[in-house]
Write a protein that binds this ligand. Structure first.
Ligand SMILES: [Fe+2]
Ligand SMILES: [Fe+2]
Length: 291
């Protein structure tokens, strides 16, 4: 693989903008979801699916708001990047609509947030510094893409797979896109780098604990065990800056050691890389077998 394909920064804002514009046209032409409600083997599985997709809905809602807020702020210094943020936010808005409709179809609907989710989003909503928002959002996108990808391996029901495929493909594209934002934000504010590195380690340690909260609620649907999910989060989060050693983002070594995760041994290698983004750019392919 060429160095250009391995590094998200090898693609500039104009490239991301062009791809996002093409994707917006494809979204507009996306066929409607099947009217048939999906089949679940048990009520327990259906309820777990409602929980799983409610968590996804909250992530979309938060992503949409942050992207559009940042677009207004970025517009003052980089109009093209602001347009990228707007189109990216629109993709999250489209996911939110799809999920709302999907949740109604599986007889669940949007539920009030649980305690852990509420705490997380409240802390996130208080963030003011741009690099904090972008980095945290990037890390959330990463665990979202990882969870969807793993769920897609276990779920057979066609219309549920359709929903998961859209989310996996698009979130995998959003990860390197957010690395691009973060890199630009840090170039403008290099003094924020030390703080961002500390935040990365802190959020990392928090996110690998999330399966403890999510498994009791969603496992009957996605059939992903606690430890494999925590390990997958750790591997993916650790790999985020592999192409950017110059930024000095080091994952917390004690977390990797506790989970038994070796750096560079990722079974996911490249799933959220720029190369994967390029494959997902036109929204036609999702590569699940990379797992
Ligand atoms: Fe999304
Ligand atoms: Fe996303």
């Amino acid at each position: 693989m060429s160095a250009e394909l391995r590094s998200p920064t090898a693609r500039d804002t104009a490239w991301w903008l062009g791809v996002l514009r093409r994707r917006a046209l494809k979204i507009a032409g996306e066929p409607p979801a099947p009217a048939e409600p999906p089949y679940f083997a048990s009520e327990q599985e259906r309820e777990a699916a409602v929980n799983f997709f409610n968590a996804a809905f909250r992530a979309e809602e938060s992503g949409l708001r942050e992207a559009h807020d940042l677009a207004d702020e970025v517009g003052a210094w980089d109009p093209a990047l602001a347009e990228v943020l707007r189109l990216y936010g629109n993709e999250e808005g489209w996911h939110r609509e799809l999920l709302e409709e999907f949740l109604a179809r599986i007889g669940g609907g949007v539920k009030p947030m649980g305690r852990v989710t509420r705490l997380l989003y409240r802390a996130y909503a208080r963030a003011e510094r741009m690099e904090t928002i972008v980095l945290t959002n990037l890390m959330f996108e990463t665990i979202g893409a990882t969870t969807y990808r793993m769920a897609l391996r276990n779920v057979r029901e066609p219309s549920v797979r359709r929903m998961l495929t859209i989310l996996t493909r698009d979130e995998s594209f959003h990860v390197p896109l957010n690395v691009h934002f973060l890199k630009l934000v840090l170039e403008r504010r290099p003094q924020a780098l030390g703080r961002a590195r500390r935040l990365y380690r802190l959020v990392f340690a928090g996110l690998v604990l999330l399966p403890l909260a999510s498994r009791p609620k969603a496992q009957a649907f996605d059939r992903i065990d606690k430890l494999p999910l925590a390990r997958a989060y750790a591997r993916e989060l650790a790999a985020l800056f592999d192409d950017h050693p110059e930024l000095g983002f080091e994952p917390p070594a004690f977390v990797l050691a506790l989970l038994g995760v070796k750096r560079g041994a990722s079974a996911f290698a490249g799933a959220t890389s720029l190369a994967a983004a390029e494959r997902a750019a036109d929204r036609e392919n999702v590569v699940v077998e990379e797992l």
